[in-house]
Design a protein around this ligand. Structure first.
Ligand code: ADP
Ligand code: TRP
Length: 327
């Protein structure tokens, strides 16, 4: 079983990314012998045109991966652009991908609906993502609900290629939709997301984390009154509590006498304690950029070794390049 997923380098990691995705990547690394996690720097080109910033954000994702506990001796960690063969597969897939399929893509449709001109790269984003997945014969692709459509497109493209050339050169991946229960609310109660500016970025300077936690929106129920145990502040607190603690907190909330301010303070303390070892690991790696670079290069070497035979069979099936010796 081969597990693969990717993360766009697009800014500071927040609690939603950690509990919704990264923590689960770490768990999968324990469960499966082959896991590949990459930094989708080619994909980031659809929204970011600052080379220096791309490099910095790419390094940030590498540090976040390592801080969260991805272990380079188990998981293959690499930069998407270090295996440029993915672009060749993307081209090949694009020749069997109907326009209509891509026209239904959420990211593209949203941009067009807002009247923003879209580039071909954004339109073709799902093709590159399919190439990421298919190039490594991935079996399982852990992604959030928002990426489910892209995964279905990848399966569709694999099928179309195999059918067009009468081969089984590409493997159909299974989605592994990350638990819905893990949708983390932001400080304003909506889904935590960079685009809503409601995030708690756990590796941000401590003062910033504190400000975000203290800014979690609450209603004006007096301390003594009963409270809704599903309020945002309790949901966030629950991330750092045992099931037993959660039950007790819910009872106390319903009974009244719990102040939101105290819950926030306790949440901050728990959050800091939880992330302290991760923060430390992150700082250690950050002080050794050459070690991080070496991990990514080694990851790319291992990833490429998996990719080349797949690409060779695709090229052969499509009649590209030097023909294989006939026997
Ligand atoms: P953002 O919404 O901040 O731009 P991304 O789309 O970059 O976040 O998220 C990357 C992945 O992190 C998603 O595919 C999803 O699995 C996970 N994720 C993001 N936000 C949340 C959230 N609030 N709750 C749970 N998972 C999340
Ligand atoms: N599109 C994904 C995101 O924005 C990132 C990504 C790129 C990806 N290629 C992938 C995820 C391949 C899984 C598999 O989150």
């Amino acid at each position: 079983m081969r597990v693969l997923s990717g993360t766009q380098p697009s800014g500071q990691l927040h609690l939603g990314n950690y509990f919704g995705a990264l923590r689960q990547y770490v768990a999968l690394q324990e469960r499966y012998p082959e896991t590949l996690y990459f930094i989708a720097d080619y994909h980031s080109m659809t929204s970011l045109r600052d080379a220096a910033l791309r490099r910095r954000l790419t390094e940030d994702v590498a540090l976040d991966y390592l801080a969260a506990g991805l272990d380079p001796s188990r998981a293959i960690l690499f930069r998407q652009s270090d295996v440029p063969e993915v672009c060749e597969l993307a081209w090949i897939l694009s020749t069997v991908t109907p326009m209509g399929l891509l026209e239904r893509g959420h990211a593209y449709k949203d941009k067009v609906a807002q009247g923003i001109p879209a580039e071909h790269g954004l339109f073709a984003y799902p093709v590159l993502m399919a190439a990421d997945i298919l190039l490594y014969h991935s079996d399982l692709v852990p992604v959030g609900q928002d990426q489910k459509q892209h995964l279905e497109m990848a399966r569709d493209m694999a099928q179309r290629f195999n059918h067009a050339y009468g081969v089984e050169a590409l493997k159909l991946p299974e989605p592994h939709i990350l638990e819905d229960a893990a949708i983390v609310p932001g400080t304003d109660g909506r889904k935590m997301s960079k685009s809503y500016a409601n995030t708690i970025a756990m590796f941000a300077p401590r003062a910033e984390v504190k400000k975000a936690v203290m800014g979690i929106v609450t209603d004006s129920t007096p301390v003594a009154d009963p409270k809704d145990p599903t309020a945002t502040v309790f949901q966030l607190w629950n991330l750092f509590a045992t099931p037993q603690e959660r039950r007790e907190m819910a009872e106390r909330a319903r009974a009244g006498g719990v102040g939101y301010g105290d819950v926030k303070k306790d949440l901050l303390a728990r959050l800091e304690a939880y992330f302290a070892p991760l923060r430390e690991r992150r700082e250690q790696y950050a002080s050794r950029p050459e070690a991080v670079e070496a991990i990514l290069e080694e990851g790319a070497r291992r990833a490429r070794a998996l990719a080349l035979p797949v690409l060779a069979s695709v090229r052969e099936a499509a009649g590209l390049g030097t023909p294989r010796a006939r026997n």
